[in-house]
Design a protein around this ligand. Sequence first.
Ligand SMILES: *[C@@H]1O[C@H](CO)[C@@H](O)[C@H](O)[C@H]1NC(C)=O
Ligand SMILES: *[C@@H]1O[C@H](CO)[C@@H](O)[C@H](O)[C@H]1NC(C)=O
Ligand SMILES: *[C@@H]1O[C@H](CO)[C@@H](O)[C@H](O)[C@H]1NC(C)=O
Ligand SMILES: *[C@@H]1O[C@H](CO)[C@@H](O)[C@H](O)[C@H]1NC(C)=O
Ligand SMILES: *[C@@H]1O[C@H](CO)[C@@H](O)[C@H](O)[C@H]1NC(C)=O
Ligand SMILES: *[C@@H]1O[C@H](CO)[C@@H](O)[C@H](O)[C@H]1NC(C)=O
Length: 803
Amino acid sequence: MGIKFISPLILLSLSFAFFHCSLATHPSTLERGSSLSVEQHEEDVLTSPDRAFSCGFRKVGTNAYCFSIWFTNSEEDAVVWTANRDAPVNGRGSRVSLRRDGKLALTDVDGSTVWDTNTSYAGVSTAELLDTGNLVLKDRDGHVLWQSFDSPTDTLVPWQPLTKGKRLVSPIAKGARRSGYYTLYFDNDNVLRLMYDGPEISSIYWPNPDSTLYQNGRSNYNSTRIAFLDEKGNFHSSDGFKALASDLGVGIRRRLTMDYDGNLRLYSLNESTGTWSITWEALSQICNVHGLCGRNGICEYYPGIRCSCPPGYEMSDPADWNSGCKPKFNLSCSNHTQQQLHFIELQETDYYGFDMSTYSTMISFEACRNACIQSCDCRAFGYRLAGNGLCFPKSSLFNGYKSPNFPGSIFLKVPISVVSSSSSNQSVVTCNSDGSTVTTSSSLRYGNNRSNTKWVYLYGFAASLGAAEFLFIFAGWWCIFRGRDTTKSVEEGYRMISRQFRRFTYRDLREATGKFKEELGRGSSGAVYRGVLDDKRVLAVKKLTDVMEGEEEFWAEVSVIGRINHMNLVRMWGFCSEGQHRLLVYEYVENQSLDKYLFGRADSGSSLGWNQRFKIALGTARGLAYLHHECLEWVIHCDVKPENILLDRDFEPKIADFGLAKLSKRDGPGFNISRMRGTTGYMAPEWALSFPITAKVDVYSYGVVLLEILKGSRVSDWVEADGTEKSLRSLVAELKEQLGGSDESWVRDVVDHRLRGQFNHEQATAMVKIAVSCLEEDRSRRLTMNEIVKLLIACGEKDADRI
Ligand SMILES: *[C@@H]1O[C@H](CO)[C@@H](O)[C@H](O)[C@H]1NC(C)=O
Ligand SMILES: *[C@@H]1O[C@H](CO)[C@@H](O)[C@H](O)[C@H]1NC(C)=O
Ligand SMILES: *[C@@H]1O[C@H](CO)[C@@H](O)[C@H](O)[C@H]1NC(C)=O
Ligand SMILES: *[C@@H]1O[C@H](CO)[C@@H](O)[C@H](O)[C@H]1NC(C)=O
Ligand SMILES: *[C@@H]1O[C@H](CO)[C@@H](O)[C@H](O)[C@H]1NC(C)=O
Ligand SMILES: *[C@@H]1O[C@H](CO)[C@@H](O)[C@H](O)[C@H]1NC(C)=O
C-alpha cells in the first residue's frame, strides 16, 4: 500500500530530475564503440567527475559545430580546447566516436574524418574527461595513450604544460573559434614569446623586442622549454619568466588565454556568477601588440583601442582592420623629386620595424628627409631627437601606433596632390559611447559568411613590464645622448618634434627659474619654483630634496605622469636628472592651489563663488576618475587635498603631485605600501589599519575635500555656529542624520557663509550626500570616482541655469 502511494511520486521526481538536472547525469567517460552525436549535443556531453569541465559539440555558427572542452559553470563561452577549430562540422550527422581501432575520431555528415587522435593502439578502452579539463584515452590498465593537453588550442588550464613545439593560437575575432594570427610559443632560443604571424608579415612583440633578454627578465640557457600555470595562479616559464595572478591563491578556477586581440591574459572564474575577471595580462599597452591595425594602419589607445588610417590612405576592407589601409595615390619612382613630394608629419606616432639599411644616428632632419626622397622604396621616415638625430626610413608601414608621449614623429611620403585634398579627414573608426569598440568581421565555413563581431578591448592594465618600459627606454636615450653637440638643424628638428615631454639640463632649469628664486610651494617631496623658458613658456619646476628617496619618487613620477594627459591633471613637460639633482618640470598653473582660496581670510575678496566651487568639485572628480578607471586604472593618488588641486586661469582644477601615486591592480588584493603616505586629516582609516590600499583611499580624501569646498574651511577644525568643534566622524554621523530628515534648512549652515546664501540648494545637498558616502568607514560602501562624476554631472546639468 505504501509502495503504491509512493511510486508515482518517485516517478514524478525522477522525471523532474531528468528534465531539470540533466547535466548532473552526464558521464565522464566514453566507452570504446560508443559515440557522441551532434544532434544530441545537449545530452551527449561528457562531464568531469567534479563537473567543472564538459566536453562535446559546441555550436560555432549556423549549423556549424566544433568538438570542444569548456568550463561548465561559465556564463560566457569559455572553451579551453577544440579539436577542429578551423574545420567545423555540420549540425546533422556529425559524430565523435571512440572507434574499435582505438582512435577517437570526429566525422562530418558525409562520413569523412575531420579530426582524429591518430592513436593506432588497439588497447584503447575509454575516453575520459578528467577534473583537470584533460580529455584522455586510456587502456584497460589506466595508462594514458593520448591527451588533449598535448594539443592546446588558445588556452592553458592549470597544470597543462606548454612545451617545445606547442603553441597557443588566438582566435581570429572575439567570440570566434577559427585560428587567428597571434601565437604564444617557445622560440628557437628557448624564450617564450608572443608573435603576430599574419598573412603579410610576422613580428615578435613580447617580450619587448627593443630590450635585451636580460632587461626583459628572461634567459635562454635553459633548454627545457616548459611553461605552465599552477593551482595558485603562478605562471612559470623555463626562460625565467614569472607572472602572478592578482588574486593569487588556491580554490579559484583559472585559464590563461591567447586572446583575439593579441594579448595573453589570465582569467579567474567567479563561480557564483559564472563571469571571468582578468588577473594578469602580458601587455599593459594594447597598441604594443603588432599587426592590430594592419598594413599602414595606426593603433591608438583611446581608452580601448582604435585604428585609423593616415592621411591619404583609406581602409583596404571597410569591415576588417586586419587588412589595414591602402594609399589613395600612386607614387611612382619618377615622381621622386623634391617638388612633387611632400611629407605629412604624424606626431607622437611610430611604425615599428621595417627600418631600411640607412638607419643612422647623428643625422640632421634634412639629411633624413633627403634620404627618404632619394630612395624609391622609402614610404616614410621616423625622426626622433634623443639629444641627437635618429633617422628611421621605412620600407613598409606596419605596427603603427600613436602614444601621447612618444618622442618622435613619422613623416609620410605622399605626392603633393594629396596634401591639398586630404586636409585632416582620416578614416577613423567611430567608437561606441564607451569609446572601447572597433568593428571587424569574421567568417565561418557553415556560418553566416560575415558575422560581425565586436572587438571589445578591456582597458585593463596589469602589473607587467609594458607600462613603464617605454618611458624608461626613451629616457635611456636621453641619458646616452645628452651632452653631445647637436647641430643647428638637429636643434630645429628637436623643436619641431618635442612637444610636451623632454629632458632638461640642470643649467636650463637653473636659468629658467632665475636660480630657483620664486618658490611657488613646498610639499613633502620638495619645493616648486616658477620658471620661464626661452620660448616664453612658463613652467613649474619641482626640485626633489631628499635624493635617495627622490630617486625612487622621481622614477615613479616620470613613469606615471609622463603618460597621463587629462585636462584635470597637471601635465608634465619633462624632467632633469643630473648627479644629485632630480627635477620635474610641469606646466605652470596660474591660479595657485585650492587651499589658498578656501582657507584664505574670511573677508578675502578672492573667495570662490558657488559655480566655481561646483566646477572644481566636478573637475577634481573627473581627474581622479580618469586615474582610477579610464586610462590607467591602477593609479592611486594617495594624497588628495586642496594643496594638490591647482586652479588654472578659468578656475578649472588640475590635480598635482603624483609623487605618491603607485600602480595597483583594479580588483586585486591591493598593494602594500611600506610607509604611510598622505596627509593627516585626509587619510582614510584603512591607512592606520593594515588593510591593503585601494583607490578608495582617494575617494575618502575626496570626500574631505568636497566638504571643505562646501564649508570653506578645514574639516579638521570644523566649528559649529555655537562655537563647538566637531570631529570628522561625528560630523559625518550628523550629516547622515540630517540627510535622512525632512527639514532641509541645515544645508544653509553647512555651506560657506561667505557665499551669503548664494548657492544652489540641490547641488549642495547632492555634494553632501556624495561626501558622506565617500567618508564611509567601510570602504566597500564608498562610491567610486566614476559614480561620483555621474552624480555630479546629473545635478550640474539639471540646475545649470539656476543661480
Ligand atoms: C599519425 O601517426 C602516424 C604513425 O604513428 C604518423 O606517421 C603520422 O604522421 C601521424 N599523423 C598525424 C597527423 O599526426
Ligand atoms: C630549467 O627549467 C625547468 C622548468 O622551469 C626547471 O625545472 C629546471 O631546473 C631548469 N634547469 C636549469 C638548469 O635551470
Ligand atoms: C562573485 O560575484 C558576486 C556578484 O558580483 C560577488 O558578490 C562576489 O564577491 C564574487 N566572488 C568573488 C570570489 O569574486
Ligand atoms: C594607381 O595605378 C593603378 C594602375 O597603375 C590604377 O589602377 C589605379 O587606379 C591608380 N590609383 C590612383 C589613385 O590613381
Ligand atoms: C608622376 O609623374 C608623371 C610624369 O612625370 C605624371 O604624369 C604623373 O601625374 C605624376 N603622378 C603624380 C601622382 O604626381
Ligand atoms: C571630411 O569628412 C566630412 C564628413 O565625413 C565630409 O563631409 C567632407 O567632405 C570630408 N572632406 C574631405 C576633404 O574629404
